[in-house]
Design a protein around this ligand. Sequence first.
Ligand SMILES: *[C@@H]1O[C@H](CO)[C@@H](O)[C@H](O)[C@H]1NC(C)=O
Length: 337
Amino acid sequence: MNLRISATALLSLSTVSNGLKILSEHCSTIKADFARRQLAEWNSSAAFTSADGTANIPVLTVSDDGSSFTVDIEGATQVPSDDPEVVHFVTHVYVEDQDGNVVDMQTFNPLSEGYPTVLMNMPAGVTELTPYTFNNLDGLWVGESVSTGGTDDQDRIITCGEGETLQFVGRAWPSVVADLEKQQKDTFGSDVPFTESDSAKHTPYITFDEEAGTAIVMVGSEEGEIHPMSGSTDGVTEPHWITEVWVVDDQGYTTTLNSLDPTGVDYASLEFYPDSNSKQLTAYIWCNIHGLYVGPTVDIPSKGDGEDTAEIPENSATGVVASLGGIFAAALPMFVM
Ligand SMILES: *[C@@H]1O[C@H](CO)[C@@H](O)[C@H](O)[C@H]1NC(C)=O
């Protein structure tokens, strides 16, 4: 009898209405960092609104059947560039629900034609959505809240950041790196990245798994200090994490750039297949608090015994082994072109 009662109680618990499950803190971590930067760089404790200007205001429109919505930033300036003095673009678009949870966040490719537009699926259990956008030169902006026509009596799962929409597409990488170089100059007064002699804890070291044919970047070292990955679950507590890791080869080609999710991760690392044309690799990282770091350049070991590098897959230029916080770098966010 007792057993039956507890079984029933368990069942009703798992189907409790308005249950909220958040699978990743990546979005709330990035949101907290935007708030930190908005204050540090734009001296504003809140997102800018239409009272501050109209160009960057995101406008959210729910589709007729309520299954999706778009966010448009019609006046946003898009100047993709690898020049830190020139690059000007919308880096992220995100949307909050009626309780301030980030229900979706996407990077934006500055090379897309026209003004920034993203299409997102309508999550369950959401009654109201508020759109936000972050622009590398103009800061954080918020648009009008919109009623979705939905109800809040359903279980809710927020997958934000668990998928691939927070990875920048390859064509956006030069602009992303240029913006980080600009921040290095503006915030730290340095034209060059910091190195091992500034902080080994922030330095990305590359090793190789010759069996698997992969290269592994690790920030800090197990013998010394490992850089922490402290996210923000509430979108307010200040996070401290390695936001991006990227690798440049001896031809100057950026072979991979990955945005790291701190959720459940003890240290920053990235495993990937080096491009078969690369002979040397150099890794870079951005720490949201301490800036840009470059690691030592390393030679890619030859496989020896006539095997050379032939076993490395042909299409490996942007291939990333999903592990330890690494997510596919070639991921394509859902765009409306
Ligand atoms: C920052 O903003 C406050 C008011 O919000 C103002 O009093 C102060 O002068 C501003 N500081 C700078 C450096 O602009």
